[in-house]
Design a protein around this ligand. Structure first.
Ligand SMILES: Nc1ncnc2c1ncn2[C@@H]1O[C@H](COP(=O)(O)OP(=O)(O)O)[C@@H](O)[C@H]1O
Ligand SMILES: [Mg+2]
Length: 333
């Protein structure tokens, strides 16, 4: 689907703002702090259901009582989200829901400046990054992840209590081993899919023969539910001393490899950027393939971070998608 207009009321620094989108490429230009990323944030909420960077109390314009954002597709479909300081609602065809229904979600490839440093970020940032991508094309991944995170939180809270026995943790251990093995299997499958395209996509950008691979680093490799459960149980003493769960897929990492060595440290800045570009192209491909929908591409201020060749690659790769770009400089275009 193609986005036609986006309207923002009391959203971040915007009192009232309307963006008319082009079918192909739209450009949002302006100084730092004028509210460009906020427009992409509104689009993201209306297509994916929640913000990529904050919660509603942070988003509602300071000293106002509500925000309202509205997105209209060229097809006429309208999605409205409101937040009154307490509750967020989505309004679609006069029907109110607390969450954006699955059938009203639309795939998005979001490219933030911070993504360019994904290789050197912390493991948790990399996990979040891939969790977001996998959740976008697989609802069961999102649901496994949410159940895993809830169980982990509960277990960690119990681990902080003084009078704790092993039995108290049993049901949480069972849940962690079930959803943990499911998440492991899904992550391995999707990373393999990405890997099968990564080197060729990278080479088409970098025009050389370097090989790129993502290594999924985990202690939960190929475990059955029972083996996974045993590993959690074996760590009971350690976990209760430390007050958190030390074994599980919440500790995993994704290591980018450049010619079979860790890329963070061996790939140059330019090479790292080409790797990320390749990753974004593959993300868009996977979404198109799996959902049979062409994702909307949101490029937040990344052009100024890329050289001429990589900018050209980015534009060429997404020439058949609707693209919305923010930038400080006009002369980049
Ligand atoms: N809840 C809020 N109410 C009012 N202003 C806000 C709120 N949250 C953020 N801002 C301000 O909105 C401005 C826009 O932020 P942002 O969209 O990130 O701008 P840009 O991407 O153009 O640099 C920033 O100056 C920020 O301080
Ligand atoms: Mg910004």
């Amino acid at each position: 689907m193609i986005i036609k207009t986006v309207k923002l009321t009391n959203f971040r620094n915007h009192t009232s703002y309307k963006l008319e989108c082009k079918d192909e490429t739209s450009l949002i230009l302006g100084e730092n702090g004028c509210g460009k990323t906020s427009v992409l944030e509104a689009i993201y909420i209306l297509t994916r259901g929640k913000s990529f960077r904050a919660t509603d109390p942070e988003i509602i314009k300071n000293n106002t009582e509500f925000y309202r954002i509205e997105l209209e597709y060229v097809s006429g479909e309208k999605i409205i989200a409101t937040y009154d300081g307490k509750m967020k609602n989505f309004l679609i065809l006069d029907k109110k829901t607390r969450r954006l229904p699955k059938k009203n979600k639309y795939p998005v490839v979001l490219f933030l400046p911070s993504d360019l440093n994904l290789l050197s970020h912390s493991p948790s940032r990399r996990r979040d990054y891939f969790d977001r991508i996998f959740s976008e094309f697989d609802e069961t991944y999102a649901s496994n992840l949410s159940k895993y995170e809830k169980a982990l939180k509960q277990r960690n809270e119990l681990l902080k209590k003084d009078s704790l026995t092993e039995d108290t943790l049993f049901s949480w251990n069972i849940m962690l081993s079930k959803y943990g093995t499911d998440l492991y299997n899904q992550r391995i499958t999707y990373i393999e899919e990405i890997n099968s395209k990564l080197t060729t996509t990278y080479q088409s950008i970098a025009k050389n023969q370097d090989e790129i691979n993502i290594f999924y680093k985990t202690e939960a490799k190929n475990l059955t539910n029972e083996q996974y459960l045993k590993k959690i149980e074996q760590n009971f003493k350690k976990d209760s001393y430390l007050g958190h769960t030390t074994f599980g897929v919440h500790r995993d990492d994704y290591i980018f490899e450049f010619n079979h060595k860790p890329a963070n440290g061996s790939a140059s800045r330019g090479e790292s950027r080409s790797i990320i570009l390749a990753l974004k192209f593959i993300e868009a491909d996977l979404l198109t393939q799996k959902l049979h929908l062409k994702p909307v591409i949101l490029l937040d201020d990344v052009f100024s971070e890329l050289d001429e060749t990589r900018r050209h690659c980015l534009v060429k790769n997404f020439k058949n998608n609707q693209v919305i770009i923010t930038s400080v400089e006009r002369n980049t275009f």
